[in-house]
Design a protein around this ligand. Structure first.
Ligand SMILES: [Zn+2]
Length: 260
């Protein structure tokens, strides 16, 4: 099985639990009400959608619970603000609850580890669908995640992994173009910081066991999609360094504008 965006939650521990079904949303309700615990802010400044699906503790079917990836919710919102794009994150109530309990709510399952059959009722997938319907297939999905800092012989020596596994499986030409554009733009921004950009990471954002990451879901809808895995060190720096955060967001905007 190809590993994906698990960051600090990466674990080889044995399976712990079976699937816990989410309550199906009422399809007669507006999208905002069907999103439930996910906050979706659609914008029209740029046809790019930022998502941060691992901002809270989550159940992952048959595996260890998935730890929150700190700062990813904040950074997804900030990147959307800088680019004029849309954003989807777990609600403030869910984040508050996850901090208080230190464990997943029974109904909160990993939206980046779903079976195809359950996508139609998942709020994150509904948001992806809304994005492509509003913007057309010439739009971009940028999925923000958090990886661990570099540990020799354990993970890639990188602070910013450009994960294009879903894209390469669908359109390798477009994937190569996006990889080149993102690597060039992000490397330039981080050149003087010591943070490393990796366009050939182990974490590619593509499951091969029948489950689907968010970028696999969005690529299947025709979008141009990338999963960015940011090290904890880089997330902390982007959190406190407003100027670097602004330039990082501007670099993303410049890199993806040709794809939407
Ligand atoms: Zn993640």
């Amino acid at each position: 099985m190809e590993r994906t965006s698990t960051s600090e939650a990466d674990s080889l521990d044995p399976p712990q639990q079976d699937s816990i079904p989410n309550p199906p949303p009422d399809r007669t309700l507006p999208l905002k009400e069907r999103c439930g615990r996910v906050v979706f802010i659609p914008q029209i400044g740029m046809a790019v959608l930022f998502t941060a699906p691992h901002g809270v503790w989550l159940h992952r079917d048959g595996q260890e619970d998935h730890k929150p990836e700190d700062y990813t919710t904040f950074l997804a919102k900030e990147m959307a603000g800088i680019t004029g794009g849309s954003v989807a994150t777990w609600s403030p109530e869910e984040i508050k609850k996850t901090k208080a309990t230190g464990q997943p709510d029974p109904e909160n399952r990993d939206p980046a580890y779903l079976h195809p059959a359950e996508l139609q009722d998942d709020p994150w997938n509904l948001i992806l669908e809304d994005h492509v319907q509003r913007c057309g297939v010439r739009c971009v999905h940028l999925d923000i995640h958090g990886r661990r800092d570099y540990i020799p012989d354990v993970n890639d020596k990188s602070d910013c992994d450009i994960g294009l596994g879903a894209m390469f499986a669908s359109d390798s030409t477009r994937a190569k173009q996006l990889k080149t554009a993102l690597h060039k733009a992000l490397s330039r921004v981080l050149a003087t910081t010591g943070y490393v950009v990796n366009s050939h990471p182990a974490l590619q954002g593509r499951w091969s066991n029948g489950r689907l990451t968010l970028t696999q879901q969005s690529v299947s809808k025709g979008m141009t999609s990338v999963q960015l895995e940011l090290s904890l060190s880089l997330r902390k720096e982007l959190n406190k360094n407003r100027d670097l955060r602004r330039r990082f967001g501007a670099a993303i905007k410049a890199a993806v504008k040709g794809f939407c």
